[in-house]
Write a protein that binds this ligand. Structure first.
Ligand code: NAP
Length: 210
């Protein structure tokens, strides 16, 4: 699959490396695609990966993942151009600047804001409820970490489930896009546990069933 990734930091870089290893073609969309760390990242990802401007990456992707910090999101989406019909993965959490909570929630979510900015796109909330270290390496000795997703378009969710399975997650569809109002606080719980308790970052949530 052709995947555009806007932003190539912790999350964009981890997803790009793993999807490239799974055989997908990646274009990272950046404000400055020639930065040395981006050149290194592209080398690590292999021959089917390149770094280009945001609009070119977005035009290339059947799936476009937006992996920018929350305050840069609206600008990044505007820079992406026409996203109508595309699957847009929103992995962001609208964190306050001190990381102690979410700047929006309860009656809306980052995902719903993204859907209002990316007109006509099929937005799927996913890859927000665990750390980038787990996206880079979801291996917990045979147990697959859970990755929740939500969105209004069932076909788009199926494609994103496949992309999550490709990199080692158990994918669980939790409903329509407004369920992002619940998924974004789940991310806050992961962040709280990772940064303020002895658990550290090397843990992940798993779903048990009876
Ligand atoms: N880190 C995690 O463990 C984690 C886990 C789950 C979800 N998230 C969410 O994922 C998002 C990204 O987090 P991160 O840790 O990957 O951030 P990061 O490491 O700071 O990377 C952000 C990337 O976005 C790019 N960027 C910033 N503004 C941009 C713009 N206007 N247009 C295009 N690219 C732009 C940056 O590039 P330049 O600044 O170099 O241009 C950089 O490549 C956040 O919303 C976060 O809440 C993070």
């Amino acid at each position: 699959m052709n995947i555009g990734i806007v932003g190539a930091g912790n999350v964009g870089g981890a997803l790009g490396r793993c999807w490239a290893a799974a055989g997908h073609s990646i274009k990272f969309g950046l404000r400055d695609p020639r930065k040395s760390e981006i050149v290194d990242l592209v080398k690590k990802c292999g021959p089917n990966t390149s770094a280009v401007c945001v609009a070119e990456a977005a035009a290339f992707g059947e799936v476009v993942t937006i992996a920018t910090p929350w305050p840069a999101t609206q600008t990044a989406i505007e820079g992406a151009g026409d996203l109508s019909g595309k699957i847009v993965i929103d992995c962001r959490n609208p964190l306050k600047s001190d990381l102690r909570g979410l700047a929006i929630g309860h009656t809306t979510s980052a995902a719903e804001q993204v859907a209002s900015w990316a007109k006509g796109a099929r937005v799927v909330k996913c890859f927000n409820t665990t750390g980038a270290n787990n996206m880079e390496d979801p291996n917990y000795g045979g147990d697959r970490p859970v990755m929740f997703l939500c969105g209004d378009d069932n076909n788009a969710k199926k494609m994103v489930m496949k992309l999550g399975e490709d990199i080692g997650f158990e994918m669980v569809d939790v409903g329509k896009i407004d369920i992002a109002r619940l998924l974004e606080p789940v991310a806050m719980l992961w962040i709280h546990l990772a940064f303020t308790t002895p658990l550290g970052r090397d843990f992940a949530f798993k779903l048990l069933r009876r």
